[in-house]
Write a protein that binds this ligand. Structure first.
Ligand SMILES: NC(=O)c1ccc[n+]([C@@H]2O[C@H](COP(=O)([O-])OP(=O)(O)OC[C@H]3O[C@@H](n4cnc5c(N)ncnc54)[C@H](O)[C@@H]3O)[C@@H](O)[C@H]2O)c1
Length: 443
C-alpha cells in the first residue's frame, strides 16, 4: 500500500479533544491536498472524526472551518495551481471556499467506533488510559479486515505495552504531537519493540509532509519531553519544601517560579507551566511513569495536596488559562494559591520581601529577547558567567536548578531514553520553547 493509499481511509479517535482536533485538522488538510493531485482525482478519501461526545464533534467542525480558512489564505497561490482545471474558480475567495468545502467534505463525524472498521490508518488521541486504549485498539483490530496501522498520541504509556496488550503485532507507533498539534513543530516518534519498519517509514514520511521536526525517543514511559518535564517539576517541588524553613508555601512557590522563568531564561515559570498543562494531567502522567519505571519513584505530594483541594489549572475552551497553582488576570499570574488558608495571596503582597531574600542577582536577559536572537549564544554565555559568579540565595537556587535540568537531560541519554544530548536539547527547544537546551556547559 502506498503512502497515498494508506491516507485514503483514516480515523481519528478522540477527534473532539485538545490533541485530536489538531490531528484531525492536519490530517484532513494532508488528505485534501493528496486528493487534489491530478492522479488522485475521483478517488475516495474518507476521514472519520470519532469521539464519544456528539456536541463536542459539532464544535470541532466549526474549529476546522476556521482553521482551514486561515491555512487556505496562506497558500492561495498553491491552491490556484491545484484548481487550475476549474474554470469556475476565478477569485481567491472562490478558491478558498472550494478548498474549505473539499477539506470538510472528507470529514465524517461519528460517535461510533465501528466507523474505524474500514480504516487503513487510525490516529488515537483519547484520554491517557492504558486499558481503554488497549481495548479500543483490540476491538478495531479484530473487526477491521485491512490490518490498520495505529498512531498513538500517548504522552507516557510505553508503546510496547499497547502493542502487546492489543495484539497488534507491531502495527503501532508512538506519534507524540505537542499541544497544539497544528502549531507545535515537534513530534516525538516512538517505536515499540515490534513496530514494523514500514510503519516507521510511513510515520517519517507523514511527519515530513507536515513539516514537523522529528525526534526519535526510545520506548520508555514519558519519553524525552515528559521525561524531562516531570523530573523538572519534582525538582521545583522539592525545593519548595526545602525553602519551607524560611519561606511560607506561597513565598516558596513564587521564588521557584521566578527562578525557573527569569533566572533560567525560560518562557514561563515551572508552576505556570504545570497550570498550563493541568495539575491533574501532570500528576497523572507522573503516576503512569511511576508505574512503569521500577528503578525510580516519580511522585509529587505537592501536586496531590493541591489536587485534593480542587486546584487543577488547565485551559478554557477558548484557550485562556484557568486558575491553578497561580491565579491569572489577562493570562498573567497575579496571585498564588495557599493550601493552608485555601485562598489566593496576591503576588504583590509577598514579592518585595521574597525578592530581598533572594539577594542581588545578575539581570537576566528576557526570554523573548533571546529566543530568536542571532547573538543568543553570546548573550547566554555572558549572563550565565555572571550567574556563576553571583552570591546569594537566588543565584544558588538558579545554579542548582540549571544543573539539575542538565543532569536530567544527561540521564535521559545514559538511561537510553534519548539517542543523544542533541535530541534532548531539540525536544526542549522546540517542544517547550526553551531558549537553550538543558545539556550545555554554561555553568
Ligand atoms: N493535552 C496535551 O498537552 C497533550 C500533549 C501530548 C499528548 N497528549 C495525549 O493525547 C491524548 C489526548 O489528550 P487530550 O489532552 O487531547 O485529551 P482531551 O480530554 O482533550 O481529549 C480526549 C478526547 O477523547 C474523547 N474520548 C474519550 N473516550 C473516548 C472513547 N472511548 N472513544 C472516543 N473518544 C473518546 C473525549 O470525549 C475527548 O474529546 C492523551 O493520550 C494525552 O496523554 C496530550
Amino acid at each position: 500500500m502506498t503512502y497515498e493509499e494508506r491516507l485514503q481511509h483514516v480515523s481519528v479517535l478522540g477527534a473532539a479533544g485538545k490533541m485530536g482536533s489538531g490531528i484531525l485538522l492536519l490530517t484532513a488538510v494532508e488528505m485534501a491536498d493528496l486528493s487534489l493531485k491530478p492522479e488522485n482525482r475521483g478517488k475516495p478519501f474518507v476521514l472519520n472524526a470519532i469521539d464519544v461526545s456528539d456536541e463536542a464533534l459539532s464544535g470541532v467542525l466549526k474549529y476546522l472551518k476556521a482553521q482551514v480558512l486561515k491555512m487556505a489564505e496562506k497558500k492561495v497561490v498553491a491552491l490556484r495551481k491545484a484548481y487550475a482545471g476549474r474554470a469556475d474558480l476565478i477569485d481567491n475567495n472562490e478558491i478558498i471556499d472550494q478548498y474549505i468545502f473539499d477539506v470538510l467534505s472528507l470529514v465524517r463525524p461519528s460517535t461510533r467506533m465501528e466507523a474505524a472498521f474500514d480504516s487503513r490508518l487510525v490516529f488515537e488521541a483519547i484520554k491517557e488510559d492504558q486499558e481503554l486504549k488497549i481495548s479500543i485498539f483490540a476491538k478495531i483490530a479484530a473487526s477491521n479486515p485491512h490490518l490498520p496501522w495505529f498512531f498513538t498520541n500517548t504522552s507516557s504509556i510505553p508503546i510496547t505495552k499497547l502493542d502487546e496488550g492489543a495484539g497488534l503485532g507491531g502495527r503501532i507507533i508512538g506519534f507524540h504531537f505537542y499541544n497544539p498539534p497544528a502549531v507545535q513543530k515537534l513530534v516525538e516518534v516512538i517505536k515499540a519493540k515490534q513496530t514494523l519498519p514500514e510503519v516507521e517509514e510511513f510515520a517519517l514520511a507523514y511527519a515530513k509532509s507536515l513539516r514537523k521536526i522529528v525526534v526519535p525517543s526510545h520506548d520508555v514511559a514519558g519519553f524525552i519531553g515528559n521525561g524531562h518535564f516531570m523530573r523538572d517539576i519534582l525538582h521545583a517541588a522539592t525545593e519548595v519544601e526545602k525553602l519551607g524553613k524560611e519561606f511560607s508555601f506561597v513565598e516558596a512557590v513564587y521564588a521557584m517560579n521566578r527562578i525557573s522563568q527569569d533566572l533560567l531564561v525560560r518562557p514561563m515559570g515551572i508552576f505556570q507551566l504545570v497550570d498550563y498543562v493541568g495539575v491533574d494531567v501532570c500528576s497523572f502522567i507522573m503516576s503512569v511513569m511511576d508505574h512503569h519505571l521500577k528503578e525510580e519513584t516519580l511522585h509529587c505530594p505537592l501536586l496531590d495536596r493541591l489536587l485534593s483541594q480542587g486546584v487543577k489549572g488547565g485551559q478554557y475552551s477558548d484557550g485562556s488559562q484557568k486558575d491553578g497553582i497561580l491565579k491569572y488576570e489577562k493570562g498573567r499570574p497575579v496571585a498564588i494559591y495557599d493550601p493552608g488558608t485555601r485562598v489566593y495571596v496576591p503576588i504583590g503582597d509577598i514579592q518585595p520581601a521574597v525578592d530581598a531574600k533572594l539577594g542581588n542577582l545578575p539581570v537576566p536577559p528576557a526570554w523573548k529577547a533571546v529566543v530568536g536572537n542571532k547573538a543568543k549564544e553570546e548573550i547566554l554565555r555572558e549572563y550565565f558567567s555572571q550567574l556563576k559568579a553571583a552570591s546569594g540565595l537566588g543565584a544558588e537556587l538558579a545554579r542548582f536548578y540549571a544543573t539539575r535540568s542538565c543532569e536530567i537531560g544527561k540521564q535521559l541519554v545514559s538511561s537510553g531514553v534519548a539517542g543523544n544530548e542533541n535530541d534532548v536539547n531539540t525536544v526542549l527547544l522546540t517542544g517547550f520553547f526553551h531558549a537553550y537546551g538543558p545539556v550545555n556547559n554554561y555553568l
